[in-house]
Structures are given as structure tokens and as C-alpha cells.
Design a protein. Structure first.
Length: 356
């Protein structure tokens, strides 16, 4: 199975991508609005078709990317029936099944953090995705959104701790850089829920946490009750419109040689090779500005800020670094020429200099 654990540093949220390599079908658990470009790029680069985005619960600390992914990739949205959200393609309940290729996720209701919390268990019970019900050596909060420590205690002990000892548990958040745990570990070592801790111990602990409310709760909860449609989301998620660009999982916008040819008059072409390469066998694009990568940080001011920049090198590696340098210098409309001069020439576009 294809498996990727992705992270949003602002909200400390984990997003999970699961794919069936034979069919190419995939699901994504707990996507984050601000990371949709990244996640969509990964789906494309792995050659997957995203069937479903799944929510473990209505998040209070970030807006889900479910609706935006549905718009971009034609995926469908599924979340708990008890969440009270509108706009989902499917409302899930205990024992429902989500299929992708030959694999399945089994739905277990695990309320306590919120009424609609779900845990998704992989068909062979080797992994489970626990949302905010059970965290690594901890648990989700129970002091808002219909939180109930008694319900959470029962959810963990009846629905999660009954899985095989070796079942790996993947939470929706971690604030210490921890990535995965297991049923056996949490049953033994979880300081809130493990060992001989009884219901009364847990309730007393949770009722005295005295935590501040999440900073984004007033934005996140209303948006997530609509499957992730915050005010102004069109502007926030708009792609650059100065040329046809592709966002990569590496976090860089790329343009094809054909796209650059069509928009050549509208952009600055920045060649970051060395002078002997610029005048060497591969030649260069007519009108390109030569600033070797080693001097770019100091010479970025030679580029105009009111016109987009397309960075070029031999094969696309140095120019990708040039994009990062220019971003750090405050440039916004920047792209990398995919494949560099090698692809530009292979595609038959004109050059200055060079050899046959």
C-alpha cells in the first residue's frame, strides 16, 4: 500500500494519504486547507486518483481542505453523521466501509473529543487513524464541541485498545514531533488512559486541564461545518494566472517549455548557469538574463519585480534553488523551467548560440 504521512506546522496536523498501487485509487485523511496545493501535487506525482477525503472530526484548530480538493481533483467528502456538517457526499457511522482499490478502511465511532469523532481502521488491522481521540501518550481535549471525558474513555478502551497489540496508531496531531505509536504502547504507557487508570481518574484529569481555546476556533469550526469553505477561500487558493504553471510536491511552481514559449514576451528569463555554459553547446534562450546561481542572492536587485521570472539552468536543479533564493528575496511571481535547457532543446524551441 502507498502510505504518506504529511504535516502542517502551523496547526501541528497530520494528513494521511493511502493509495492502492494496483488500481491507483486513494483516500486522504484530515487534509488542511493551506496545504491543498502540496497534497494535490503529491497525488499527481504518485499517479493516484483521489476518491475520498475523510475527516476524523470537525477540527477547531484548522480549516479542512476537503472542499477545495473536491473542486480540484473531483474527490468526494466523507465525515461522521454526528458531526452536524453540511455539504458532505457521505455521512459515516459505525461499521461503514470506505473502499479504495483492493483496500478498505473500517469506520469506528469514537466520540469524546467531539460527538462526531471517528477512527479509521485499515482492513488488516495493521493501522488505525485515531484523529483527536487518542494521541501519542495523550488524548484530545473534552472541554468544548460536546466534549465528554466519559465517552472518550469508553471510546479508547472499547474501540481502540481492543485492536491487536501491534496495530500502529496515527493521530491527527502531535506537538512534540512524534509520528506514530501502537496499541500495546498506549495501553501500557499512556499517562491519561493506560495501565490501571480508571474512569474516575481520567475524568478528574480532563476536567482540570485549564487549556486556552484554539486560536482559530471561531473561523475553523464554522468553515468545517461546511466541509471547509472559509470566507474568501477563492482568493486564498487562487493559482497564479500569468502563465500555465504546475505546482510540485517540492513546493515550486514549474512551467513547461511550451508554456514559456507562449508567454515569453511577458516574463524575464533568468539563466543561472555559469558563463561558459551560457555560451556553450546547449546555447541559451534569446533575451535571457545571465546571473550565475552563486551570485544570485547578491544580484537579485538586477531583476524587475513587476514582471514574472522564469529560472533556467541545464536540467532544472540549480534553477529550482534559484526560485527559493528569489522567494527569500521577496519575489512572488517565479517559476522554474521544467527540464531546463535540455528539455527546451529536445522540444525543438529556438536558441541563441550552441551547437547542432
Amino acid at each position: 500500500m502507498i502510505f504518506r504521512q504529511l504535516f502542517d506546522p502551523q496547526s501541528s496536523t497530520y494528513t494521511y494519504l493511502l493509495g492502492d498501487p494496483k488500481s491507483g485509487e486513494a483516500v486522504m485523511i484530515d487534509p488542511v486547507f493551506e496545504q491543498v496545493r502540496r497534497d494535490a501535487a503529491l497525488v499527481a506525482e504518485l499517479g493516484l486518483k483521489l476518491l475520498w477525503t475523510l475527516e476524523t472530526h470537525i477540527h477547531a484548530d484548522h480549516v479542512t481542505g476537503a472542499s477545495l480538493l473536491r473542486r480540484r481533483l473531483a474527490s468526494r467528502v466523507a465525515l461522521g453523521r454526528q458531526c452536524g456538517a453540511e455539504g458532505a457526499d457521505r455521512l459515516l457511522a459505525e461499521d461503514d466501509v470506505i473502499s479504495f482499490g483492493d483496500r478498505r478502511l473500517m469506520v469506528r465511532a469514537t466520540p469524546g473529543h467531539t460527538n462526531g469523532c471517528l477512527t479509521f481502521v485499515l482492513d488488516d488491522r495493521s493501522s488505525a487513524f485515531t484523529g483527536d481521540c487518542l494521541l501519542i501518550r495523550g488524548s484530545g481535549r473534552t472541554d468544548f464541541q460536546q466534549g465528554d471525558p466519559k465517552a472518550m474513555f469508553r471510546s479508547v478502551h472499547d474501540q481502540i485498545f481492543t485492536l491487536p497489540d501491534g496495530c500502529l496508531l496515527y493521530p491527527a496531531h502531535d506537538y512534540r514531533g512524534l509520528t506514530v505509536t501502537s496499541v500495546a504502547e498506549e495501553r501500557r504507557f499512556n499517562p491519561r488512559l493506560g495501565g490501571e487508570i480508571a474512569l474516575g481518574d481520567f475524568v478528574g484529569h480532563m476536567n482540570n486541564l485549564r487549556l486556552a481555546h484554539p486560536k482559530k476556533i471561531d473561523v475553523a469550526v464554522p468553515a468545517n461545518l461546511k466541509c471547509g469553505r472559509p470566507d474568501g477561500d477563492d482568493a486564498a487558493s487562487a493559482d497564479p494566472d500569468w502563465a500555465p504553471l504546475l505546482y510540485t510536491f517540492a513546493g515550486i511552481w514549474e512551467i513547461t517549455p511550451h508554456g514559456l514559449e507562449e508567454h515569453r514576451a511577458d516574463v524575464q528569463v533568468l539563466d543561472v548557469r555559469e558563463p561558459d555554459e551560457f555560451d556553450g553547446p546547449l546555447g541559451h534562450i534569446a533575451g535571457a538574463i545571465l546571473i550565475p546561481l552563486s551570485t544570485l542572492a547578491a544580484r537579485a536587485g538586477e531583476l524587475r519585480r513587476d514582471r514574472p521570472v522564469v529560472a533556467v539552468c541545464r536540467a532544472g536543479s540549480r534553477s529550482a534553488q534559484a526560485v527559493t533564493i528569489l522567494q527569500q528575496a521577496g519575489f512572488t511571481d517565479i517559476a522554474n523551467l521544467a527540464g531546463g535547457m535540455l528539455r527546451w532543446r529536445a522540444d525543438g524551441h529556438s536558441i541563441e548560440g550552441g551547437s547542432a
